[in-house]
Design a protein around this ligand. Structure first.
Ligand code: GDP
Ligand code: IMO
Ligand code: MG
Length: 423
């Protein structure tokens, strides 16, 4: 069979966790292919809320394999905490959880370096989640990193000490920060023992065997396309390829194996951390969206910046990802507004108007052109079918579909698993 991909089309937090959970009963395996505990994927089932960071969002359905792919970076401490959190809520995910040997390990000193680097940057900081993501991927590409497979070798402690020494030398160039390294190392080595009890696999063989045997696989993106290391708003990005291309490198599958590419966008837009955001709202309306949408980071609790949906931005990432269908989330949040906008074009500093993203979104975009829409004056969170949505909502969805030239297959009208309309 084939691999379907589901990924975020904005700056993250589009509702990937909710939609993957919803779709997961149609699949045999759900695989994370990049990122790590910087992700926070929220799943609400009835009155229970779960936030997953590294574990794929298929764990709430029985009999589905959940695979952490080779392109992911893993912090044993947060990973163990996640497993224990699920155990506490009565779910033992371990028998269906698989970890790839070539996934890289986040060491305590990676987290130290992340924090120290951000401290040095001051106002120019990325707004990293401080989970050690950047330094870990730096070690991967710098060919210094440690991988899950290394945990199974006899000289792992030596390898660890060597890398830690390099990190401590590197730390000398940064300002000193508060960090209980010994305490964190203690926790880390204990968590490593838990990790070693899990099913550690050759992810690339495992997933290709599933495909050959006719199984259905869903690749679950983390972050969003605008945080992609190459195509995002660099340097205010994460350190992995978050776009469809990352699925091939992150899981070890050929491009021909990819079938549907499901792109998710909110009905508006948010961003957490620093960096350009052309359609950002600074006043009352942005705040109202933040409150109604509960726009606070699932990993760090930080307030998310809110703004209007941005069509040139979405067209760009639909092109990069080869999106075959769209999911629109958080449509219900727009109910609180009388009118709302969609960004349709950028006015550049040189006077040109364009719907293409410039190299530098901060310096080159002077103004955004908007189209305005009337909102609806009835709640929509209980709508079960497309035709139950008010005319104004349908008009907006039609507009998006037409402008983005991609069919909308699902609309989400609330955080709960069942508040999902399939078209
Ligand atoms: P992810 O990182 O893409 O999985 O998204 P997050 O979980 O970080 O953030 C999405 C937030 O929106 C979570 O709190 C979800 O429970 C919530 N959510 C998802 N879909 C909807 C929706 O359609 N309406 C509302 N109101 N909330 C939603
Ligand atoms: P999910 O999967 C939103 C942002 C951080 C920061 C930048 C770099 O939940 O959508 P990093 O820790 O990766 O070095 O941070 O990327 N960021 C996210 N923003 N959702 C995420 O994941 C994010 N993961 C990282 O806020 O601006
Ligand atoms: Mg999130």
């Amino acid at each position: 069979m084939a691999v379907d991909v589901l990924l975020g089309l904005q700056w993250g937090d589009e509702g990937k966790g909710k939609i993957v959970d919803h779709l997961s009963d149609q699949y045999d395996a759900i695989c994370r292919f990049q990122g790590g505990p910087n992700a926070g994927h929220t799943i609400i089932i009835g009155n229970d809320k779960h936030v997953l960071h590294t574990i794929p969002s298929g764990v709430f359905r029985a009999g589905i394999k959940n695979i952490v792919g080779n392109g992911v970076v893993i912090d044993p401490i947060t990973f163990e905490r996640e497993i224990n959190g699920l155990l506490k809520s009565g779910l033992d995910c371990r028998s269906n959880l698989y970890i790839s040997k070539k996934a890289h390990l986040i060491l305590p000193t990676h987290r130290y370096l992340d924090a120290a680097s951000e401290a040095q940057k001051g106002d120019a900081k990325i707004g990293s989640t401080l989970r050690g993501i950047g330094p870990t991927y730096m070690d991967k590409t710098g060919r210094n990193g440690l991988r899950i497979g290394d945990l199974l070798t006899g000289d792992f402690r030596d390898k660890y000490q060597n890398l830690k020494k390099k990190h401590l030398n590197l730390a000398e160039i940064y300002p000193k920060i508060d960090f209980d390294l010994e305490g964190e190392e203690d926790k880390w080595f204990k968590a490593v023992e838990t990790l070693k009890q899990l099913q550690i696999i050759d992810g690339e063989y495992f997933i290709n065997d599933l495909i050959t045997n006719g199984k259905k696989v869903l690749a679950e993106g983390a972050q969003g396309s605008m945080l992609d290391i190459t195509y995002g708003t660099y340097p205010f990005v994460t350190s992995s390829n978050t776009i469809t291309a990352g699925v091939c490198t992150g899981l070890g599958i050929p491009p021909q194996a990819i079938r549907r590419v499901i792109g998710i966008t909110k009905a508006y837009c948010t961003r957490v951390g620093s960096g350009p955001f052309p359609t950002e709202l600074f006043g009352k309306t942005g705040n109202a969206i933040m409150k109604e949408g509960k726009e606070y980071g699932a990993t760090t609790g930080r307030e998310r910046r809110c703004g209007w949906i941005d069509l040139p931005q979405l067209k760009y990432v639909i092109m990069l990802n080869g999106v075959t269908e769209l999911v629109i989330t958080k449509l219900d949040v727009l109910t609180i507004l009388e009118t709302f906008n969609a960004g349709t074009a950028y006015q550049f500093a040189n006077g040109n108007i364009s719907n293409r993203l410039p190299f530098d979104l901060i310096d080159e975009i002077k103004k955004v052109d908007y189209q305005s829409f009337n909102s609806w004056n009835q709640p929509i969170e209980n709508a079960k079918n497309y035709d139950e949505l008010p005319t104004e909502a349908l008009n907006y969805l039609d507009f998006l579909e037409r402008e983005l030239n991609t069919p909308i297959k699902m609309v989400s009208v609330g955080p709960e698993r069942n508040q999902t309309i399939i078209r």
